[in-house]
Write a protein that binds this ligand. Structure first.
Ligand code: ZN
Length: 90
């Protein structure tokens, strides 16, 4: 059975959905990490390995990066959560 493939928004790599970290949310609303891939809303996908999570976190800490996904004021909070997830894996 072929799994669904998704593209990492940071590096453009295409991988099975389960191998990427999903961030769930809606434009203009709160986005949260969704490791199980079960939350409603739209999804942003990132490689679980290779530094994409850290680079994405750094990106959304900037006003421009947060605006790219219409994250509003919640982007700093999400960046903190992503940074914490990274250190757990290290
Ligand atoms: Zn990537």
């Amino acid at each position: 059975m072929e799994g669904t493939r998704r593209t990492c928004v940071q590096c453009g790599a295409v991988a099975e959905k389960g191998r990427l970290l999903r961030i769930a949310g809606r434009p203009g609303s709160t986005w949260v990490p969704d490791p199980a891939g079960r939350l409603p809303g739209r999804g942003i996908y990132l490689c679980r390995e290779g530094g994409c999570i850290g680079r994405f976190a750094a990106r959304i800490r900037t006003r421009k990066g947060g605006a790219r996904w219409k994250m509003g004021d919640g982007s700093g909070e999400l960046a903190d959560l992503l940074s914490a997830m990274r250190s757990d894996e290290a």
